[in-house]
Ligand binder design. Structure first.
Ligand SMILES: C[S@@+](CC[C@H](N)C(=O)[O-])C[C@H]1O[C@@H](n2cnc3c(N)ncnc32)[C@H](O)[C@@H]1O
Length: 464
């Protein structure tokens, strides 16, 4: 099992009128019985003794007391089985028999015997939120549930029911491609609030008006995804990531961040290795215009900040020329993120009063056309983006233009991620140290006396 594979496949199952075998009649079984009855399952209870609640539910006809001793034939025709006794051997027998018959089985408090587990539930029926840690950390699941309970007004169920009741109306009024945008607009409008406060008639009128409106031109969200750690996303980035129809992303966007984009948004990968682009910039610009003209909400997701070595300016230039609405959301640039996570302040009263960001990306002929006189300065921190390959050249040039060979420098690889590595040294020896470390990139070079502060200010563990 890979570290990212799921221990269980999440699914909601229709149990209305379906037979479920519940072995056990105590308090735990009663809890399971209550949940199964919420889904209108036909529950057959097998137990020698029933507690008061289970006995009452059986007596009232809500459930069936089908026997006092478990027998394999009781599983015939069952959609699910639940073993909820305090007899370990009996629970195992139920699990093994059910599994042999192909009936999914849950053994209370024993995930090794269970082929399905019941998650923690936030109940705003018909809206249900299921939370599971696959048995790894039930307390964490419970904590999360408490937070969601506090966040979601109880009337959310009413909102979900209202939307269900209007689905047909919206379906017949608007084309398939426009429907999602209508629902999104509805949720962001006062009409949703009207439903929550009980004024469903007015909300229905407003929703009908929204469904009649012609689909407008879409919009482009040019969003900075930060250097890698998803926790460094801004609230606004996250909000737009969750409401886009399509996302164009490049290599620097960490998979963990892409996970947070709306699940059913179309994903277009447009960036490849350093110095090449899977899709040339001009085609990316044209694609943004085409998708937005088609009425879609297009997320252009970029590593770091879109306006720092991100070609964001070129993209919005094209959007402006075509009158496409857009928003730009800044992200934490690699310099800020990597420096912070490496314990290297970019400025410091004692040793660095300014900071300069430059690109170390060499021209096709291998030369680096930079203003070395301005870069090789004391009292200043120099941050070099895209400088992994040109590191020997950068260090040599800085020495040539006046910095001493023992001037401190650090290379930060895959900064802010759990895989972050920091190689420190001097202008003289850093190139060899970095070559020995076989860094994979993306890597960021920081040059200046601030690098020495890391010895004191390093606050985060890193892989060896
Ligand atoms: C094309 S530039 C994009 C910069 C981006 N717009 C930003 O604001 O961070 C790519 C370079 O950013 C730096 N970079 C981006 N993310 C990084 C990370 N997580 N760790 C180290 N360097 C990173 C590397 O120098 C990489 O070669």
């Amino acid at each position: 099992m890979s570290s990212t594979s799921w221990p269980y496949y999440p699914v909601f199952m229709r149990l209305r009128g379906q037979r479920v075998l519940l072995v056990g009649g105590g308090e735990v079984a009663a809890r399971k019985l209550r949940l199964l009855l919420r889904a209108d399952a036909r529950v057959h209870v097998v137990a020698a003794q029933l507690n008061e609640e289970v006995a009452e539910l059986c007596a009232s006809g809500a459930a069936v007391h089908a026997g006092v001793v478990f027998e394999p034939r009781q599983l015939t025709g069952c959609r699910l089985a639940v073993a909820a006794t305090d007899d370990v051997a009996l629970n195992r027998q139920v699990a093994e028999t059910a599994d042999a018959q192909g009936v999914p089985v849950n053994v209370v408090d024993d995930s090794t015997l269970s082929t399905f587990v019941t998650p923690s539930i936030v109940d705003r029926a018909p809206l249900l939120i299921a939370i599971s840690t696959g048995g790894a950390a039930p307390v964490l699941a419970r904590r999360l549930r408490e937070r969601l309970e506090a966040m979601l007004p109880s009337a959310y169920g009413r909102l979900a029911a209202f939307m269900h009741s209007r689905r047909e109306a919206v379906r017949s009024a608007a084309a398939h491609t426009a429907r999602r945008a209508i629902w999104e607009r509805f949720l962001d409008s006062p009409a949703a609030e009207q439903v929550l406060s009980g004024d469903e008639a007015r909300a229905a009128d407003e929703l009908a008006a929204m469904a009649r409106q012609r689909p407008a031109v879409g919009e482009v969200y040019l969003v900075g995804a930060g250097p890698g750690d998803p926790d460094l996303l801004t609230f606004k980035a996250l909000r737009l990531m969750q409401q886009c129809d399509v996302v164009l992303y490049d290599r620097l966007v960490a998979p963990e961040i892409l996970e947070l984009v709306r699940r059913d948004a179309r994903r277009l990968f447009v960036g490849k290795a350093r110095s090449q682009h899977a899709v040339p910039q001009d085609e990316i610009n044209a694609e943004l215009v085409r998708l937005a003209t088609d009425g879609q909400r297009v997320l252009r997701l970029k590593g770091g900040d879109p306006f720092i070595f991100g070609r964001g300016g070129e993209e919005i230039d094209r959007l402006m020329a075509h009158g496409i609405p857009f928003q730009v959301v800044p992200g934490i640039t690699a310099a800020s993120g990597c420096a912070a996570y490496a314990g290297i302040p970019l400025t410091h009263r004692d040793c660095a009063q300014s900071v300069v960001f430059v690109t170390g990306h060499a021209r096709a002929d291998g030369t680096l056309d930079l203003h070395w006189d301005q870069l090789a300065r004391r009292g200043q921190t120099l941050v070099v983006y895209m400088g992994l390959n040109s590191l020997p050249q950068v260090c040599a040039k800085l020495i040539e233009h006046g910095l001493s060979a023992d001037w401190p420098a650090a290379m930060i690889d895959d900064g802010t991620s759990p895989r972050q590595r920091v190689i420190t040294g001097t202008l003289a020896d850093l190139p060899q140290r970095v070559a020995d470390a076989r860094l994979k990139g993306p890597s960021l070079l920081i040059v200046g006396e601030v690098v020495r502060l890391r010895e004191r200010l390093r606050w985060r563990g890193e892989p060896a």
